[in-house]
Design a protein around this ligand. Structure first.
Ligand SMILES: [Zn+2]
Length: 302
């Protein structure tokens, strides 16, 4: 299985257009020990020919151009066969609108998220102007399912979803949505049995989630905030990390200390997170604990 991290920042990217925090100022001035990052975006493939996206970030057009494997091979063509969604957050779904140029695609998402996109937000109707265009596939938790190529052939990759407790984004109007479908952990598996756990936003750890993570070869985990009060410290007010549905990294280092099997990588990193600074004590602490901090452009062959 091939994995590309096309983007590693949380919503807003790094630097964020309206942010003057210490990190954003330093990276704009080229005085930062660390890299700028686009919004979290993953691409994966069983054969290096047909690719699936996890999420569709607002930076997707740029991210596709930055990755030769995702470029068209003919006049109207894309190696991208589908998109799987872990949430309806804007930084996870806005990129779908950038894929509207009449390309056949499959979108896999929770039934509630399909309802939000297709019934509450008429703009996504642009993805169904012609036949064939986007095929929407509801994901149910527990049983794994194959990612299909645009022509219906099995891609060789399977996905399993585990729904996490979480909240729907503020733009969602429907009141009767299934609550536990708001956020998902995604587990990808190749025919040879290599497993990737993708958990870009998680507010609490269940035993079931820990068990699945422990069986993965590669873990890509919520690295949004270093501490629970990070945004309040930077802005003077606001919500805590946990209130926003993110376990802070300093807690994750403790709670996942016993998880030994997978290579452990933080991604979905907010621009305020001090661990982005490679000269910071927080960055050292992460690396000492055996974790890595994702950068745009990282690729893995499992
Ligand atoms: Zn900032």
């Amino acid at each position: 299985m091939r994995i590309q991290i096309l983007g590693s920042a949380a919503g807003g990217r790094f630097p964020q257009w309206n942010c003057g925090c210490g990190n954003c100022i330093a990276v704009r001035a080229n005085e930062f020990s660390g890299k700028a990052r686009t919004q979290a975006q993953l691409a994966l493939s069983a054969d290096g020919v047909t690719w699936f996206l996890a999420g569709a970030s607002p930076d997707l057009a740029f991210q596709i151009e930055s990755s030769p494997a995702l470029h068209p091979r003919a006049l109207r063509d894309s190696p991208i066969a589908g998109v799987v969604l872990a949430s309806a957050d804007l930084d996870h779904v806005v990129g779908l609108l950038l894929l509207r140029e009449l390309q056949p695609l499959r979108v896999y998402a929770a039934p509630s998220i399909l309802r939000i996109l297709r019934e509450e937000n008429s703009m996504f109707g642009m993805l169904n102007r012609v036949e064939p265009q986007v095929v929407w596939t509801p994901m149910t938790s527990g049983a794994s399912f194959p990612f299909l190529c645009a022509d219906g052939k099995d891609s060789g990759l399977r996905c399993e979803v585990q729904y996490l407790s979480g909240r729907y984004p503020k733009y969602v109007k429907s009141k009767d949505l299934t609550r536990n479908e708001a956020t998902a952990a995604l587990f990808f598996e190749s025919a040879a049995g290599e497993r990737v756990a993708y958990v870009p936003a998680v507010g609490s750890l269940s035993d079931a989630l820990l068990e699945k993570i422990g069986h993965a070869n590669l873990l890509l985990f919520d690295g949004t905030f270093w501490s629970d009060d990070e945004l309040i410290r930077v802005q003077g007010s606001g919500q805590t990390a946990l209130q926003m549905g993110h376990i802070p990294v300093e807690s994750t280092l403790v709670k996942l200390a016993g998880v030994r099997r997978p290579r452990k990588i933080f991604l979905h990193i907010n621009n305020t997170n001090p661990m982005l600074d490679e000269a910071s004590p927080q960055n050292r602490e992460v690396r000492r604990a055996g974790w890595e901090i994702a950068e745009d452009g990282w690729q893995f062959n499992l």
